[in-house]
Design a binder for this molecule. Sequence first.
Ligand code: ATP
Length: 358
Amino acid sequence: MMRRFKEAARQGRVENALRKALAEKGLAAEITIRALEGRISAAVVLKEGLGAQDPAALEAELLGASGADRLTLVTTAHENAGSSGRPAPLKPAPARGGHADPLGLGAKVQARPSPQRPNGVRAVIAVASGKGGVGKSTVAASLALRLSEQGLRVGILDLDIHGPSLPVLFPREEKLRGEEGRVIPAEAEGLKLVSLGYMVDERQAVAWRGPMVMNAARQLIDETDWGELDILIVDTPPGTGDAHLSMIQRLKLDGAVLVATPSPLALADVRRGASLFEKAGTPLLGVVVNMTGGPMGDDLPPGLAEELGLDVLDRTPLSPGVASLPFRKESGATLEGTTQAVTALFAQLKGDSGARSD
Ligand SMILES: Nc1ncnc2c1ncn2[C@@H]1O[C@H](COP(=O)(O)OP(=O)(O)OP(=O)(O)O)[C@@H](O)[C@H]1O
């Protein structure tokens, strides 16, 4: 009890010191402070450009001023344009005590100037939820299958480092090895699949913390050889943590779909999920209400979708058929509304970029 009290007090001090340091520099930012095993991690998401400042120097300065054990500075695509018009180089947070090559690819994580789509990928859609267990991975996999039925080339990137879901939905016997520093996707049901769980023993990753999780996510994002894909679905971990920061720093997201259960408790979770993407400047396509028709009811809490300006794309019933494993072509939810929203976005992106595949 006493320890928790002290930890909370320290978190408060770190936050105040950070706010002061940022205010002195005239920088507007969203601050998230987390305590994990007695260590305080701070994430600073800048709301505007960095101007002439070097992000690595600023990150080090804020770390020192805040007294946190670890600090990650995040600038997003929009922010990188900066008031100077010069893209601000992003450097990965110092991986103190961590391992720079968690997947054993022989390739260290490199700096990336701004979020990008992976080579050969035409559109990237994130599927996210404010909390775990609401059916996000089931929806991500169902959506991938439904889009593939439309003739699109689809991949899924599972960014859940501590509890990867793809190997449960689409199991395979042998672990995959990186080739020449690249991650090679598994394939099932016509989909390309990348997950830490296909490469590394999950028990090994359970002990990974901040920098290691971020580096693993960065390697999956940067080093995968997708070939040619129309749509990459990113199955994000629940909540908003280290892997999310890697995601919004490095991956250009064309749209996001939120998943929530109809429970009144979904309120805070949906708001949290929505705010992450708003900060990153990612358009929210809408929300899938999953597990309807059970004790939790049929819909989101009244007024929530309107408050956040979100369309309800689909309502998927609580049904064993939706959840039967392993996933096959005919498995999962029908997701008509979501499939339509994503194919419409894809058509629009294709129109914008003409014949180019970037
Ligand atoms: N509509 C549904 N009807 C019945 N069961 C469902 C439905 N959607 C998901 N499930 C089941 O609920 C459980 C959680 O689903 P899933 O793993 O997709 O959630 P998640 O939000 O991705 O969880 P995690 O936080 O672990 O990543 C799984 O056992 C899944 O099969």
